[in-house]
Design a protein around this ligand. Structure first.
Ligand SMILES: NC(=O)c1ccc[n+]([C@@H]2O[C@H](COP(=O)([O-])OP(=O)(O)OC[C@H]3O[C@@H](n4cnc5c(N)ncnc54)[C@H](OP(=O)(O)O)[C@@H]3O)[C@@H](O)[C@H]2O)c1
Length: 328
């Protein structure tokens, strides 16, 4: 495993982190035994950063992670950073420009949710608390972040972050410049390269940690999907790849494969290496469901970096999908 500075903060994080959404559920059936094996294997291979959220299986992901960390702490000393997220009140997702910050993230909800996260993780302080989503409409008066600052002063949370909405990552740039954030979580992958335009450079100059999510475009960029791939109805990907979305993605994946044909990288390896090629990226958190995926993803750190020539070729696959859910 290799490690990087987490922005301006006084600790390092593993290049490969652990994405904890699927182990909570909503990706079809998932056994806790597989999830526990995945977590233990990842940590054994050097992963020290785990991302989860209140809504991942209504706390199931957090509880699994908390349990693993407690079990391991009884055996040896290791420092694992856990980032979790507090969800806004129910309503339009991501919040619309007409939503009020203090209605979607009221102080009472933030405080209650922080206590819930502490209970699920079985800890006295949340290492990093992220707001699960945001809208630029709140940048002028970011009330929920003032509440999180208070919770930080009270010692309940260590660092403050925002997980940027899928289709407007740049909405957090003003917050980064304003000193509101310790970290941001963004989509940055072979398709979605918009953060390279500005956000990543701002992260570097402001010392904000960058967590990259959805590096595999929900599994597609591992290269294992075909036109025949079908998702069970309880797997959120049945909706994400509905209609003609999967064939459109597969066409683009074929083009990436051609660029990789003469190289030693599989598509999944190139996807991870591409995100890690940007120096502002602190950690990439692929979703991991079993020990084999933990091993395959962690091993990528041992491969040589992508050459500048290959990076230039891969940048041509930039594809800003727009609002995936807004229409086909
Ligand atoms: N708004 C937010 O804040 C937000 C939104 C989304 C995600 N996230 C975070 O980001 C993390 C990563 O995103 P994601 O999990 O949605 O998507 P992802 O990382 O793009 O895809 C993960 C999926 O790819 C498959 N996979 C992983 N490693 C593999 C390997 N080596 N070979 C083959 N298949 C592999 C697994 O699914 P299968 O085995 O089922 O194919 C896995 O669940 C999440 O777990 C979560 O922590 C946050």
């Amino acid at each position: 495993m290799k490690y990087r500075a987490f922005g301006r903060h006084q600790f390092s994080v593993s290049e490969i982190g652990f994405g904890g959404w699927a182990i909570g559920g909503s990706w079809g059936s998932q056994s806790d035994a597989d999830s526990l094996a995945a977590l233990n294997q990842a940590i054994d291979l050097g992963v020290n950063f785990i991302d989860t959220a209140a809504v991942y299986g209504d706390g199931r992901s957090e509880r699994l992670i908390g349990g693993v960390l407690r079990d391991r702490a009884a055996r040896k000393r290791e420092t694992i950073i856990v980032a979790t997220k507090v969800a806004p009140t129910s309503g339009v997702q991501p919040p619309s420009p007409y939503c009020r910050a203090d209605e979607r993230y009221p102080e009472a909800l933030l405080r209650e949710s922080v206590d819930g996260r502490l209970a699920n993780l079985g800890t006295r302080q949340i290492d990093l608390l992220q707001l699960h989503t945001w809208t630029r409409a709140w940048n002028g008066d970011p009330k929920p972040l003032r509440v999180l600052r208070e919770l930080k002063r009270e010692g309940k949370i260590g660092l403050i972050g925002v997980s940027a909405p899928d289709h407007d990552p740049n909405c957090v740039i003003d917050l980064m410049r304003g000193g509101w954030l310790d970290s941001v979580q963004i989509i940055y992958n072979l398709f979605e390269q918009e953060p390279a335009a500005e956000l990543l450079a701002v992260a570097k100059t402001t010392g904000v940690g960058v967590i990259v999510r959805v590096v595999f475009d929900e599994g597609a960029l591992t290269g294992k999907f075909t036109e025949k791939t079908a998702f069970p109805s309880d797997d959120f990907r049945a909706r994400y790849f509905e209609g003609d979305r999967l064939p459109r993605v597969l066409t683009r994946i074929e083009a990436i494969r051609q660029d990789l044909a003469e190289t030693r990288y599989t598509l999944a390896q190139a996807a991870l290496k591409f995100a890690l090629a940007h120096p502002a990226v602190s950690t990439v958190i692929p979703g991991i469901r079993n020990a084999a995926q933990a091993t395959a993803n962690c091993e990528v750190c041992e491969l040589p970096d992508l050459s500048p020539e290959l990076l230039v070729r891969l940048r041509r696959h930039n594809w800003h999908k727009g609002s995936w859910y807004g229409g086909k």
